[in-house]
Design a protein around this ligand. Structure first.
Ligand SMILES: NC(=O)c1ccc[n+]([C@@H]2O[C@H](COP(=O)([O-])OP(=O)(O)OC[C@H]3O[C@@H](n4cnc5c(N)ncnc54)[C@H](OP(=O)(O)O)[C@@H]3O)[C@@H](O)[C@H]2O)c1
Length: 210
């Protein structure tokens, strides 16, 4: 697949490196292609990765992966314009400080807000609910961490689940995009456990079934 990773910070660089290793073409969409950290990431990631502007990356890709900060979203929306028909994996959390943005979450989730910003895109909420440290290695002993995802589009869900599986997660369908609110709350709860309870950042979710 051709994957546009918008943002090359902790989450974007981790996901991009891992998917490039899996053989995907990874196009990082960044503000400054020549920034030393972007160039170092490209060197480290190898031949399957390249970097360009946010708009170019999104235009070239089949799947767009949103890994910028919530505060950056208005600028990113403006830069991208329409992304009709594309799968858009929303890894963001609508955080202001450590709390969910009340302006968003009183009426809808961040995932639904992203879908409202990009009405033609097939938005999937995913990769938002655990720390970046786990994203390229979700194996805990003999068990794989769970990755919940939510979307209104069945085909997009399949692609998201496949990309999650390729990283080693057990993907679990959490339902329609409206369920993003649960995934975003889960991210805040992850933070409470990691920081508030001192469990550290290498914690992840696992759904038990019988
Ligand atoms: N950190 C985690 O463990 C984690 C886990 C799950 C989800 N998330 C969510 O994932 C998102 C990214 O988190 P992160 O930890 O990867 O953040 P990060 O390391 O701070 O990286 C943020 C990225 O966004 C870019 N960016 C910032 N403002 C921008 C703008 N105005 N236009 C374009 N790009 C802009 C930054 O580019 P520059 O380098 O040019 O500043 C950087 O590449 C957040 O929404 C976060 O809530 C984070």
């Amino acid at each position: 697949m051709r994957l546009a990773i918008l943002g090359a910070g902790s989450v974007g660089s981790t996901l991009g490196r891992a998917w490039a290793q899996q053989g995907h073409t990874v196009i990082f969409g960044v503000r400054d292609v020549n920034a030393p950290k972007v160039q170092a990431l490209l060197t480290e990631t190898g031949a399957n990765a390249q970097a360009t502007t946010l708009t170019d990356a999104a235009t070239q890709a089949d799947v767009i992966v949103l890994t910028v900060t919530w505060e950056a979203m208005p600028e990113v929306v403006e830069a991208l314009g329409t992304v009709d028909g594309k799968v858009l994996l929303d890894c963001t959390n609508p955080l202001v400080g450590n709390q969910l943005d009340a302006a968003v979450n009183s009426t809808q989730s961040g995932g639904e807000q992203v879908a409202a910003w990009f009405p033609g895109a097939k938005v999937v909420k995913i990769f938002n609910q655990i720390g970046w440290e786990t994203m390229a290695n979700p194996q805990y002993g003999t068990e794989a961490a769970t990755m919940f995802y939510a979307s209104d589009d069945a085909d997009a869900k399949q692609i998201a689940a496949q990309l999650g599986s390729e990283l080693g997660f057990e993907p679990i369908d959490a339902g329609a995009l409206q369920a993003s609110k649960f995934l975003e709350t889960l991210a805040v709860f992850w933070g409470q456990l990691a920081y508030g309870q001192g469990l550290g950042r290498h914690i992840a979710w696992r759904l038990l079934k019988r």
